[in-house]
Design a binder for this molecule. Structure first.
Ligand code: PCA
Length: 321
């Protein structure tokens, strides 16, 4: 018995050390599936590291605002964080690949884009002293509107909610006024009558209970934005090797789990919008053609502004199926 105990103690020896605490900041709500997935990741890390690493999750923009989280992790103000990749479009520009409209049409496409982006984004993060843990997509982005939309002309002079530079550009191309509203404030902005339309996931519509104002949803599957979870490299390097392994294993599991969750919540959310009385319709042929044209223009602008790195993603994406 004594020998067994001794063996058990020895086996745990590399893990049993002073407890390290990390804070992880995110801009999304505690109930969001992304955040629930992070909480499970944290629990698994704690368990696998025999309690030597505790990750405390701070949701809802409480620690830092969504777009400020990468800077906070880079500067060591917080050890870990989550943001939406498209809020990084300027640094590195390649992160914007997943909000170029009408390129990624399925979860399988989203996976291929991520596999192509990952090495480039990892290199950029590494140069800034950060390490990527995992990434999980939002369900596809559809069009919500208070009034029925038949063609692009219907957006003229209306107010469109935006959440990143890509959605701002899309609003501009539609001659709508972009209104920046964080995900967690969409309900408030709608109730205050500040918005006429938005492009986001059915899930975000459900979480913000948009049915009070929004009457139409068009599942145009415009793009699949992804969140990324990352850590300050120094904080990571400060862990014992076995704990680092535990973090990487839990991260890989969280990535697989998160992709499956995203697919499941998509179907549930569209059904819920319908139950709440929102009309779910296909875009008219006219709107569809106009949006595709807009997407092509957006793509051209994006490839021009990003340069060669854009080709590193789009050429294999289109030609190596
Ligand atoms: N919801 C988030 C980002 C993408 C999505 O589906 C938002 O609307 O801000």
């Amino acid at each position: 018995m004594k020998t067994l105990l001794l063996l058990a103690t020895l086996a745990l020896a590399p893990l049993v050390q002073a407890q390290t605490q990390w804070k992880l900041a995110t801009g999304y709500r505690a109930e969001s599936f992304h955040t629930r997935n992070i909480v499970q990741f944290a629990q698994e890390v704690e368990k696998a590291s025999a309690g030597s690493l505790r990750i405390e999750v701070h949701p809802n923009n409480t620690l830092f605002k969504l777009a400020d989280i990468p800077g906070a992790v880079e500067g060591g103000k917080v050890q870990a964080g989550e943001t939406i990749m498209t809020s990084l479009v300027r640094e590195p520009p390649i992160a914007g690949a997943d909000s170029v409209p009408f390129v990624v049409r399925t979860f399988a496409d989203a996976r291929r884009i991520w596999d192509l982006q990952r090495p480039l984004i990892e290199a950029n993060f590494a140069s800034r002293g950060m390490k990527i843990l995992y990434s999980v997509p939002w369900p596809p982005q559809g069009l919500f509107s208070i009034a029925p939309v038949r063609s692009a002309a219907d957006f003229k002079g209306t107010r469109m909610r935006t959440y990143n530079p890509a959605t701002v550009r899309i609003a501009e191309l539609l001659n709508a006024t972009p209104v920046d509203v964080p995900m967690v404030e969409v309900n408030k902005a709608l109730s205050a009558g500040r918005l006429d339309s938005m492009i986001t996931s059915a899930l975000t519509g459900v979480e913000n209970q948009v049915w009070g104002q929004i009457k139409h949803y068009y599942p145009i599957n415009a793009w699949f934005p992804k969140n990324i979870v990352f850590v300050n490299q120094q904080a990571f390097d400060g862990l014992a090797p076995a704990v680092r392994q535990a973090v990487l294993k839990a991260a890989a599991d969280a990535e697989a789990r998160g992709w499956a969750m995203s697919e499941t919540v998509l179907d549930e959310s569209v059904a819920e919008l319908q139950r709440k009385g929102i009309k779910v319709d296909r875009a008219t042929a006219e709107l569809d053609t106009e949006l595709k044209r807009l997407g092509e223009r957006f793509s051209r602008e994006w490839v021009q502004s990003v340069g060669n790195d854009a080709n590193k993603i789009f050429i294999p994406f289109y030609f190596q199926r």
